[in-house]
Design a protein around this ligand. Structure first.
Ligand code: FAD
Ligand code: NAD
Length: 365
């Protein structure tokens, strides 16, 4: 086994270094990027393998080693943002001096396109499951202490279960619980909990199995994926959200972000079949009541005769009524998510209304 020597820094190339005390091992990753934050780094420590993936734009810098000695399961991660430095502190199980950090494993010390990194999974525990509508539930998963991962706004992960000997994988978009907390100050959780709003399809492949899990059972969760960037909010004036069914999920964190940031308008048009299908209806209505800059409109495709609100599918008439700017030439962003035909039709109609590609963000896998 070869000892690992820190890579020689080449220009802007990321590299790492490590040092130790009697009880701690500190790994330092120099990304040479200023916009690195705790979202940018995914760390996993399983058995004696240690893997840290730092997302730098469309690339990942990976360090992946088989540690030479045992360490405790948990560790701490710290980011020094203005210099793009990441420090991961591991606790030694024994206070011996390490001669080397370990031996290189797959992709160690390399910068590879994000799309080529492959999905890396860790086992999470099901903490709670709560009904939201007649067929959607809020699932809370807990990351193991041996993992650090935060799902950025607008991104999704893959959940994996082994069903009768076959691995089944489906994408899901985490939500935040800000709509549930009665708008108190956000509770500082330790980022170990990840929430999902998931619709159970009785004849579906994955969701009935997920629904059958007991509290404490495990589900594998992948690294985040997706191309939404919060830089799309820069100088934004109007934010319009078009969601259908569970296509509401990416809008939750976006709305939360927009509430603490600039846009002067943040409007949601939420398409569902019936009133019973509307996710977090009263929470959204309360938010619209409390915050004058937020408005929500529910549109039903199969309402009962008592429904007084808007009806039908996405249409030019609904869109032109909804997309009222705060100013003539305001900077707008329209986010759209739902069943594929909904999203495709929506994008087509938005183009017909002269919104450009840059003004539309659609969520897809
Ligand atoms: P499936 O087996 O896929 O079946 C779903 C339904 O479609 C069933 O009613 C089934 O009978 C029907 N069906 C299956 N195949 C066909 C066919 N060929 N023709 C007609 N009907 C068919 N879902 C959420 O609930 N929450 C989320 O946060 C979420 N995030 C997502 C993020 C992304 C990026 C993407 C792409 C999807 C997301 N989804 C989300 C959807 C999710 O990935 C699954 O597609 C969904 O949970 C259904 O999975 P399933 O295996 O249970 O059902
Ligand atoms: P649903 O069947 O309850 O439909 C909700 C609404 O979508 C309908 O009321 C209607 O207004 C509209 N709609 C449905 N089919 C349409 C069609 N053919 N043309 C125009 N409009 C149509 O929706 P659901 O079961 O909650 O499904 C949500 C969909 O959103 C799923 O397909 C899921 O994969 C997708 N989704 C995608 C992401 C993502 O990030 N890409 C995230 C979450 C959900």
């Amino acid at each position: 086994r070869m000892a690992i020597k820190p890579a020689v820094p080449k220009g802007k190339q990321s590299h790492y270094d490590w040092f130790q005390t009697d009880s701690l091992v500190t790994i330092v990753i120099y990304t040479k990027q200023k916009d690195i934050n705790l979202d940018s780094i995914i760390v996993d420590h399983q058995d004696n393998s240690f893997r840290a993936e730092t997302v730098i734009k469309d690339y990942s810098y990976i360090m992946h080693v088989g540690l030479s000695h045992e360490v405790e399961e948990d560790f701490s991660v710290r980011v020094v943002e203005n210099v793009g430095k990441i420090e991961i502190v591991l606790k030694k199980k024994e206070t011996t001096s390490w001669k080397r950090l370990g031996h290189p494993l797959e992709n160690h010390n390399s910068l590879i396109p994000r799309k080529d990194t492959g999905l890396y999974y860790r086992k999470c525990q099901l903490i709670s499951k709560e009904g939201v509508t007649h067929d959607t539930k809020l699932f809370c998963l807990m990351l193991p202490p041996s993992a650090h991962l935060q799902v950025p706004i607008g991104q999704h992960v893959y959940l994996k279960l082994t069903i009768t000997g076959t691995e089944i994988v489906k994408p899901y978009t985490p939500v935040s619980d800000f709509l549930l907390s009665e708008f108190k100050e956000p509770v500082l959780l330790n980022n170990k909990y990840i929430y999902f709003l998931i619709k159970i399809y009785p004849d579906g492949l994955f969701t009935p199995e997920l629904d059958h899990l007991q509290i404490g059972d495990s589900v594998s969760l992948s690294n985040p994926e997706g191309n939404f960037k919060t830089s799309q909010f820069q100088e934004l004036e109007d934010l319009f959200l078009l969601a259908a069914g569970t296509g509401f999920t990416p809008m939750v964190k976006i709305l939360n972000y927009a509430l603490t940031n600039k846009p002067s308008l943040r409007n949601l048009m939420f398409f569902n079949k019936t009133e019973d299908d509307i996710i977090w209806r009263s929470q959204l209505e309360k938010l619209a009541f409390k915050d004058k800059r937020f408005d929500v409109e529910f549109v039903l495709s199969a309402p009962t005769s008592e429904w007084n609100g808007k009806r039908g599918h996405i249409s030019p008439a609904l869109l032109s009524e909804f997309l009222k700017r705060s100013l003539d030439k305001s900077k707008v962003l329209i986010c759209i998510c739902g069943p594929t035909p909904f999203t495709e039709q929506g994008i087509r109609l938005l183009h017909e209304l002269n919104f450009s590609k840059d003004e539309i963000h659609s969520f897809t896998a």
